[in-house]
Design a protein around this ligand. Structure first.
Ligand code: GLA
Length: 387
């Protein structure tokens, strides 16, 4: 893959100089959905699919950017002096956004670079192709310009780029999971403090299978911001009766005691999801550490039900994939993953049942939805690196 990128890079930008090669993963969240902007826990892992990048420093202030995934867009040429929020709707905004975010933190770069990338994550599938590109850019800036930021800082700057340059009000999960990825481990992150620990994902005889609805998120971003606003409002209503910093501070019991303070039944459901999903995530990690995979899977299933009924971010495509998965032999757990409203599901399936799973769930999906889902058997990989 990287050899192909190198060849195209040299065709587009010419040979010579110091050409550097990089990789940054995608991510899948195992459990802990819509908790990261509510001060709760998440449990994602980096994947071995991701974004390859090639870069070479220039001596002027130009940036020349080329993506092998958007060949029709062709070469995008710009200058460091033209980087400002809201000015870009192309894929390049993720690269420029991170350069901008580094600048906001006092890490200006004096000269530009030539850049080519190739992503192996399906775009818009909810496996964080954009966060992968952002963290790739941060990794390149560190390497080419000698910045000594930690990878946790690269995650935070990437989130700043997404929030303020791209304009999506996401939490820290995606960028952190990618920046801190570790082979065969998931990252148990407390989003209130950014304390984290790695938990080995030992699936003994089973694998992670991702199901892609092939439904693009579309309206997703506005609904995402709406859910955030509903949770923030519910928190303010709770704070009128109990001093808490976030929904993630509450146990289920504490929530039940204060929930009458939330005036709207819809907001009550949203907050209930955030509180119980956080508690489920903590329990799920404990179950995994105790090798109780059946309990881990059961909590994954419960997570989906809560996202479907209380948070209402699933929709027919994700529900069809998950509900068909629950019927199959060898399925330990299945749920939607990421923001929802389309995108992907995450399933833990016993090795010997994977082929049957893919064909049966694929058939049920095609019959009900009218087009195909895609399936990927994935592995948990390391974080970003020079290759
Ligand atoms: C998207 C966001 C994350 C997180 C998830 C939902 O992936 O980018 O910050 O909120 O949705 O868990």
């Amino acid at each position: 893959m990287i050899e192909k990128c190198r060849e195209v890079f040299e065709q587009k930008f010419g040979k010579g100089g110091e050409i550097r090669q990089y990789f940054s993963p995608g991510r899948v969240n195992l459990i802990g959905e819509h908790t990261d902007y509510n001060g709760g826990h998440v449990f994602p892992c980096a994947l071995t699919i991701g974004t390859y990048g090639i870069a070479r420093k220039r001596t002027d202030r130009k940036l020349r950017l080329y993506s092998m995934n958007f060949e029709n867009t062709g070469m995008v040429e710009t200058s460091l002096d033209e980087i400002k929020p809201g000015a870009d709707s192309l894929w390049t905004r993720y690269v420029k956004g991170v350069i901008w975010a580094f600048g906001q933190k006092g890490k200006e770069i004096g000269t530009g670079f030539d850049f080519l990338c190739l992503g192996t994550i399906p775009n818009g599938s909810g496996l964080s192709s954009s966060a992968s590109l952002e963290v790739l850019t941060g990794t390149i800036l560190k390497d080419l310009y000698g910045f000594e930021e930690s990878m946790a800082d690269v995650a935070l700057y990437s989130q700043l780029a997404e929030n303020r340059y791209v304009g999506v009000n996401c939490g820290i999960m995606d960028q952190f999971a990618i920046a801190m990825g570790k082979k065969d481990h998931a990252v148990f992150l407390d989003t209130a403090t950014l304390e984290y620990e790695y938990a080995p994902v030992r699936l003994s005889g089973a694998k992670i299978v991702i199901g892609n609805t092939n439904k693009k998120r579309g309206l997703g971003d506005s609904k995402y911001n709406e859910r955030r606003a509903e949770c923030e409002e519910a928190l303010r209503e709770i704070q009128a009766v109990k001093p808490v910093a976030s929904l993630g501070d509450l146990t289920g019991e504490e929530f039940e005691a204060v929930s009458p303070a939330i005036a709207s039944p819809v907001r009550r459901k949203r907050a209930r999801h955030a509180v119980y999903e956080n508690q489920r995530t903590i329990r799920a990690v404990k179950a995994l550490q105790e090798n109780d995979l059946a309990e881990f899977g059961r909590l994954m299933n419960e997570s989906h039900v809560s996202l479907r009924d209380d948070y209402e971010v699933t929709g027919m495509e994700l529900d069809t994939l998950v509900e068909a998965a629950w019927q199959q032999p060898g399925v330990i757990g299945a749920r939607m993953t990421g923001a929802g409203f389309g995108g992907c599901t995450v399933n833990i399936v016993k090795d010997e049942d994977i082929d049957g799973f893919i064909s049966a769930v694929g058939k049920a999906y095609r019959e009900k939805i009218g087009y195909d889902a895609d399936f990927y058997v994935v592995e948990i990989g390391d974080g970003p690196r020079v290759i």
